[in-house]
Design a protein around this ligand. Structure first.
Ligand SMILES: *Cc1c(COP(=O)(O)O)cnc(C)c1O
Length: 384
């Protein structure tokens, strides 16, 4: 059986991997080197300088391509460095249509950096895919979407958007950080570029900051590789090794994230002190049908609003939690809680925030893989 034909739960361990050529090491060695000896000028074994390529990074890039079922993987110093490389495909005057409740760092990079270079960004609610059709102009080059979105778990129909972008000749890029390829593989749904903050579920242990891109098209891969090498925001060998190690357990971690997430979503939904729970697994979620169609499960990300709660109540709850750590980020084995209004979304003005539903009392959970009864007990005592 060729490795490309393996099922997902085997690809996480074997996809694109082979024992190291030098001594047969089963795990890829950390090639902590900047340069490689040449026998004659240009006489090397495929590696000449570690910005251009490094064997540990190559092993990671092959694994990334395999798990997203794409042809080419690229690993970067952070998720934002990966997004930065995608934006460098554009020229002044080009326009990007993006989802309106975007990751804050992506929004900042778009508005505060790339707008200065003449790239135009417009932010739309893409939950109704058809709505983007009328928004496409002669300048539009790319659609950038996230699903599920942060922190309200809105779902965008990737294949419906891909149909429109294909017909109009636009690039479709999907930030797949929240779902991970275990739950959803955008290239299979028609996207051109998949992006990850591997800092989150792919790494899975909150011990690194890494970014990734995966594409199918060879020309596009060559352009992105050119930008990666020209700009230089590459993933180092140690971080490549750690990300690879994380990917090997992605499927077992995600299975548990989904199980724990489901139990906690239902616990919160039934709790008398809770006003609203955002989780795409509920049949009452406005885009549940799309989530069910394009995702294998509903993940471990949940947001909720305590009944009649305000800013101070939300802070009190997150401070009372003992197992859930109050911290930014998500996707690690340990459970985290966050307060978007004062943390991830603090830079967005209050009225802008509240317009999209990020109210003062909203709390976001990244449900980890601990014993779910301990997690529920922790939430119960904090809510009491
Ligand atoms: C964290 C995150 C990013 C940015 O990734 P970094 O690795 O922190 O640079 C982008 N998109 C989403 C959805 C994220 O959660």
């Amino acid at each position: 059986m060729a490795k490309k034909d393996l099922r997902f739960n085997s690809k996480t361990i074997h996809g694109g991997q082979h024992p190291d050529k030098a001594y047969g090491a089963v795990m890829p060695p950390i090639y902590q080197t900047s340069t490689y000896a040449q026998t004659t000028p240009g006489g090397h074994q495929g590696y000449e300088y570690s910005r251009s390529a490094n064997p540990t990074r190559t092993a990671l890039e092959n694994a990334l391509a395999s798990i997203e079922n794409g042809n080419h993987g690229l690993a970067f110093a952070s998720g934002l460095a990966a997004i930065d490389a995608v934006l460098k495909l554009l020229k002044p005057g080009d326009e990007v249509l993006a989802t309106n409740d975007l990751y804050g760092g992506s929004y900042r990079l778009f508005k505060r950096v790339y707008e200065n270079f003449g790239i135009i960004f417009r932010f739309l609610d893409m939950q109704d895919a058809k709505a983007i059709e009328t928004e496409i102009s002669h300048a539009t080059r790319m659609v950038w979407l996230e699903t599920p979105t942060n922190p309200l778990m809105n779902i965008v129909d990737i294949s419906a958007i891909a149909k429109i972008t294909k017909q109009k000749g636009l690039l479709l890029a999907v930030d797949n950080t929240f779902a991970s390829p275990y739950l959803q593989r955008p290239l299979e749904l028609g996207a051109d570029i998949v992006m990850h903050s591997a800092t989150k579920y792919l790494g899975g242990h909150s011990d690194l900051v890494v970014g990734a891109l995966v594409v199918n098209d060879t020309d596009l891969a060559e352009q992105l590789y050119f930008i990666q090498n020209a700009s230089g925001a590459i993933c180092g060998p140690m971080d490549s090794f750690l990300t690879l190690r994380g990917i090997k357990t992605l499927h077992v971690r995600m299975q548990r994230h989904c199980e724990n997430g489901e139990a906690i979503a239902h616990f919160l939904n039934a709790h008398h002190k809770i006003e609203k729970v955002y989780w795409p697994g509920f049949e009452s979620h406005p885009n549940h049908a799309v989530a069910k169609k394009q995702m294998k499960g509903y993940g471990g990300m949940i947001s909720f609003v305590p009944k009649g709660g305000n800013y101070a109540d939300a802070i009190k709850i997150v401070e009372k939690l003992k197992i859930f750590t109050l911290a930014e980020s998500l996707g690690g084995v340990e459970s985290l809680a966050g307060h978007p209004a004062s943390m991830t979304h603090a830079s967005i003005p209050k009225n802008e925030r509240e317009k999209i539903g990020v109210v003062d009392a909203l709390i976001r959970l990244s449900v980890g893989i601990e014993d779910v009864d301990d997690l529920i007990a922790d939430l119960a005592q904090a809510l009491d």
